[in-house]
Write a protein that binds this ligand. Sequence first.
Ligand SMILES: [Zn+2]
Length: 221
Amino acid sequence: MKQVTDHVYHVGDSGCSVFLIDTHPEDGLILIDCGMSLEMIKKSITKSGLNPRDIQHCILTHFHIDHIGACHDLKMYNQNVKFYAHELDAKAIEEKGHDQKTAASWYSVDYIPVSLEKKITQEKEILHFGNYDFQCIHTPGHTPGSICVYIEIDNKNILFGQDIHGPFYPAFGSSLEDYQKSMNKLLGLEIDILCEGHFGIFRPSEEVYKYIKRHMNLNKP
Ligand SMILES: [Zn+2]
């Protein structure tokens, strides 16, 4: 597990990049997406001297299989884990039969649904874990219910922007118009560190700005 900054870690990559925030002692470990392999998560967290049984909450940024594939295994391993996602992406996470949307058919994966503890419904909604406010910002575009998670930790503003690069397909319910609006929302934030879902970690804020702008220019309606 690689440290991103104090209390924030890049667990590893299995499908997507999985990130972890350590809120000990109050709410244990929080995951941003869970990727496709519980084994990767368990190994990586254990190696760093933390306990994967301490995972209490997992915020899902959207319904794609490479971000949610390990949810069921994680729940079987640790019944305490609670999942969160936007209501517009909720059905594909909680029900079977959305393999086009989740891209499970493309990955030839048999997705087993999990229940969400809470659905994000607002433009911006805060989940409190430990001493931190996890701001879930609705950023549709890649999928209708895509969210980015924004937190301030030790005077650093971190954005977990999984898949803000796209891609955009009708089967996902993508919208380039929504995407441009969503990215403009992000450009209005102070972001010191961007943790992306497939392309790594960007800092300082100028690099984050450039990254978002570049993808906006590549993905005009
Ligand atoms: Zn995706």
